[in-house]
Design a binder for this molecule. Structure first.
Ligand code: GCW
Length: 617
């Protein structure tokens, strides 16, 4: 077994020994972690645990000099132990008072396929699947459990929402394997969830998968019984239905509420939840059709169903109405379903955000999303995983920051992005303060920089089709995916106001009004909501075309500055090497974006850059 991953601990750098086999519950893990970290004999620090089952996931740390006390439930004490270690490691103030997670369900969605590939995975192959079966190093899964627990993530969905080989997951011979896996994660307070295929009854010999057919409902009840018999604390099922060619209730003339409720009733006796994804749109659109507007799709479909879902159904909504783009307005559906339990979905895997080659620290983006909604109206949070079998877990060593930060934001959506980024740096690298601050500053700026050199002003989708890395401004323009920028010689952007597709009307009035007026619409979303001529004058008095040129020149330049800053950092050699190699690729990518996008708009607009910088013809 290749054990090179053991020396790559992401942010758990200060925890020297692996958690041994045979630690049975969160309290034992907590005791092990604090014992090794605090090293009482050397530091004089000690910790005492006061188990208090009713506190469940919450904890309270008290301090008297060098003596700490952590009171909490299970896994609360474990979360308390990690919070203490994190704070001590960073020299931060110890969090006192009762700490309680904001979202009860904090979930990582892994898009791992049983053949060992990962959909949109940029860190190697699956850590637990290979060639149609489970294949993993238990020590690595234990380390994974520790990583997740250390930032409070409590559910792991094991398999891709696109369930390509459904029969393999729920057949009886695989259930014991699922349980063996679940058992490794249990001491870390992490429960499993499984993605299921809506049409599975068909593959098992039933003539239909119609959710209103009693035979189908009975079949699912039976399956749920078998699954929970094998894995008694399974968190639930996750479903992608009627989306991107996945089967679903629409094939039988049934609604998503009917489909979801049928499954929800099957898992209910076992305390399971049914997470239903709201990522549903017409992926066979005709580009000539300017009336259909993909961002409208989820709201149009689900809004009328508010109040129809059972109480153990959670509707999981991507943060924006498109698909994890660098810049989207927050999904209007998040404001529109007061009678439905909601989860918000993020994507740590950098599908549209640089493939874990380009730096893209997500906390600043999440701060914006959380401030808009995602907090008050939502009770669960999920993120598509960025993990893989690479020794350093996330391909780019700094991409681990996004997993770390996701856990912290899920625990406290009021988190300060800069503080979280700094905390990750302090828990990962032993850098002198000045050098550390350089890294903090690079990471903190990375999202804004990536946004600048890629698609301008909320346009989205100028990426190369399929792979989604690198520029291709017309790559999606004449395709069926509903993703158009409609650029021509007169202007660019999509009118989504009442006079256009009407998408803006899906928001509550005060938000709609802000977006619908090109004078009040935030610059970064201008072309998302408006179709504008190239000489449109923006609030800062630059023309639209000049702003596009400026952003792309500045973005590519800033990528070079980040490269310069990284060169000087005394990071551990492997991380330094990997970070610099990828940075090299990022700089190339940024220049490519700059030139392709600027040339594209120069050709259409015929307007030269005021500053006379080089734009290729
Ligand atoms: O962004 C798209 C991805 C698909 C993915 C889908 C989804 C799992 O390109 O690869 O499929 O989103 O979220 O379901």
């Amino acid at each position: 077994m290749d054990r090179a991953w053991e020396s790559r601990k992401a942010w758990l750098a200060a925890l020297s020994a692996p958690v041994p086999e045979g630690v049975n519950n969160p309290l034992e893990v907590a005791a092990f972690e604090t014992e090794t970290y605090l090293d009482a004999a050397r530091t004089g620090r000690s910790v005492r645990f006061v188990p208090y089952p009713a506190m469940k996931e919450s904890y309270e740390i008290c301090r008297q000099g060098n003596d700490f006390q952590i009171k909490g439930g299970q896994p609360g004490v474990l979360y308390g132990a990690y919070a203490l270690i994190r704070a001590l490691q960073a020299g931060e103030e110890i969090p006192v008072g009762v700490q309680k997670p904001y979202y009860p369900l904090r979930m990582l969605n892994c898009w791992d396929n049983m053949d060992g590939t990962i959909e949109r995975g940029y860190a190697g192959r699956s850590i637990w699947f290979e060639q149609g079966r489970f294949d993993y190093d238990p020590a690595r899964i234990r380390q994974l459990g520790r990583m997740l627990a250390s930032v409070g993530i409590n559910v792991l969905c094991l398999n891709n929402v696109n369930v390509h080989q459904p029969a393999q997951h729920l057949t009886d011979d695989l259930l014991p394997e699922v349980e063996r896996f679940a058992a490794i994660l249990r001491p870390f307070g992490v429960r499993l969830m499984l993605s299921i295929d809506f049409s599975q009854p068909l593959q098992q010999g039933l003539p239909t998968a119609d959710p209103e057919d009693e035979r189908v409902a009975a079949w699912w009840r039976q399956r749920a019984k078998e699954v929970w018999r094998a894995v008694p604390d399974l968190a639930g099922f996750l479903v992608k239905a009627d989306s991107e060619h996945r089967p679903g209730p629409n094939a039988y003339g049934r609604t998503h509420a009917q489909g979801a409720n049928m499954l929800a009733r099957a898992v209910k006796p076992f305390g399971g939840v049914l997470v239903w994804r709201a990522f549903v749109y017409n992926c066979m659109q005709d580009w000539r059709d300017t009336k259909t507007d993909r961002p409208r799709a989820a709201y149009d479909l689900y809004r009328p169903m508010d109040g129809q879902f059972d109480d153990n159904v959670i509707l999981q909504i991507k943060y924006g109405p498109f698909d994890f783009q660098v810049r989207e307005p927050v999904s209007p559906l998040l404001y529109a379903m007061p009678k439905t339990r909601l989860a918000i979905e993020f994507q740590l895997a950098q599908e549209y955000t640089g493939h874990q080659i380009d730096l893209y620290a997500m906390p600043p983006m999440w701060r914006e999303i959380m401030d808009q909604t995602g907090k008050q109206r939502v009770e669960a949070i999920a993120a598509v995983s960025n993990l893989g079998r690479d020794d350093n877990w996330t391909g780019h060593p700094f991409a681990a920051l996004n997993l770390f930060a996701f856990g912290l934001f899920a625990w406290n959506p009021d988190a300060d992005p800069e503080r979280v980024i700094r905390l990750w740096c302090q828990n990962t690298y032993d850098l002198p303060a000045e050098e550390r601050e350089k890294l903090v500053s690079v990471l903190l700026r990375s999202r804004a920089i990536y946004e600048k050199y890629t698609a301008p002003l909320g346009l989205c989708w100028m990426v190369r089709p399929d792979g989604h890395y690198g520029p291709s401004p017309y790559g999606y323009e004449f395709q069926a995916w509903g993703t158009y920028n409609r650029a021509d010689c007169r202007g660019v952007g999509v009118d989504r106001t009442a006079g256009g597709t009407g998408y803006a009307d899906q928001y509550p009035p005060e938000i709609r009004d802000r977006y619908a007026d090109s004078k009040t619409c935030p610059d970064e979303l201008l072309l998302f909501f408006h179709r504008l001529p190239y000489d449109f004058v923006m609030r800062d008095e630059r023309t639209l075309i000049q702003r596009i040129y400026d952003d792309h020149f500045e973005g590519a330049e800033a990528a070079e500055e980040m490269q310069e800053a990284l060169r000087g950092l005394p990071l551990p050699p492997e991380d330094r090497q990997e970070a610099l190699t990828r940075m090299e690729m990022q700089v190339r990518n940024a220049r490519e974006w700059r030139d392709v996008i600027n040339t594209f708009f120069h050709r259409f607009s015929g307007i030269d850059d005021k500053k006379g910088r080089r734009i290729y013809d």
